[in-house]
Design a protein around this ligand. Sequence first.
Ligand code: PLP
Length: 393
Amino acid sequence: MGFKHLAAQLEQRKHDGLLRERQLVESAQQVNLVVDGTDLLNFAANDYLGLAVNPSAQHACAQAINKYGVGAGASHLVTGHQLPHQDFEVAIAEFLQRDKALLFSTGYMANLGVLQALCRKGDLILADKLNHASLIDGARISEAESLRYLHCDIGSLQKRLSRSSQNTFVVTDSVFSMDGDIAPLTEISQLCRRYGATLIVDDAHGFGVLGESGRGSTEHFHLTQKDLPVLISTLGKALGGYGAVVSGEQVLIEYLVQTARSYIYTTAMPAPIAASNLANLEALIKQSDLRQKLHQNIAQFKKLCEQQQIELLPSETPIQPVLVKCNQRLMQVNTYLKQQGILVGAIRPPTVPKNTARLRITISATHTFEQINLLVENLKVALDNTIDASSEV
Ligand SMILES: *Cc1c(COP(=O)(O)O)cnc(C)c1O
C-alpha cells in the first residue's frame, strides 16, 4: 500500500494552483494579525463584531476555568452537561425568541446531527445548490434522498416541491458563506407551508449580523418559529466564540437530545467556552453600536469599490467577494495584497464551483475607514496588474 498515490494527488493539486496551506497566526484573532512573523490587516476572519477578543468574555472564561477546570470530562448525557451550558441555552433561547435551544460543540456537528436525526430513508431533502459543506455532509449521512435546487431560485424549489410526494425538508444557508447573499426566506417559508415541507435554516452568518437586534435571519425576515421550525445559529462567527445552537419547539429539542449522534457521542464543550459565549451574547445584546458600525463599514467598502469600479458580488452582508475566476490570478492578487500587509480570503475550488475562484473579503465592526480605504486602494492596483492565465498566450 503506502501513500504514493496520495503524494501524486498532492502534486497534481499543487500544479493546478489548488494546494491549500495553513498560515501560522501568532497573535489573537483581531484586525491586526501577526501571520508567519508579519503584521497583516485582517480582512479574512468571520469575527464580524470583534467579540473574539471581548475582555468581558475573556474574564468570564477565566472565572469559569477557575471554577470548572478546562475539560467537560464527558458527553452531555453522562456528566458533561454543566451549569454554564444550561445557562447559555436558556439565555440564547430567550434572545432568539424560540422555545428551546440545544448547544452543540460546533456548527458542523449541529448540521450533521440535525439532518441525521430528522431526515430518514424515504424522505426528501431539497437543498440550495450552494449550501455549506456541513449541510451536504449531513444530508449524506441521513440516508434521505437529496436533490439540489438552483441557488436562491424560488421557481426551481417550487418545481421540486410540487413533484414530491415524500416527507420533505428544505435546507438552506441564510447567508451564503462564500457569496454573502441572503436566501429569500420569506418566499421559501411560504412554499414550505404550502407544500407541507419542513424548513431547516443554517444562520451561521446571519446570527449577530442581521436583524434590528442581531437575532439573525428570523428577525430580518420577521419569521416566527412556525415559519422557520429548525434554526441553527453558530457561535464561532459574529459571536466570536465556539459552538452552535439548534433552536425550536421543545419536542424538536428533546428529540435531538435522544437521537442526534453528533450531540450524544461527543464530549461536551468546555464549560469556560460556554461561559464566554454567554458573556459575548450579553455584549451582542447590549452593544448594538457594534452592529451599526459593522453596517457602516460594509457600506463604506461598497461605496469605495464602486468609485474604483471594482466589481463585487451582490451582498449586503460582511462577506464581500470579488470574483477573480482564475486560480493563478487569484493567488497573484492575494500575494500582492499580502506584500502590502493585507490579508483576505482566497477561495478556490472545490470550496466554490470551478472557475469561480474569488477573494473573500470580510468586513468587521472593528475596522477603521482608513483601513478599508487602504484595502480598496491596494485591491485596485492588484486587480489592474494581474490577468487571467487563460488570456496569456
Ligand atoms: C462556518 C459555518 C458552519 C460551521 O460552523 P462551525 O461552528 O465553524 O463548525 C456551518 N454553516 C455555515 C454556513 C458556516 O459558514
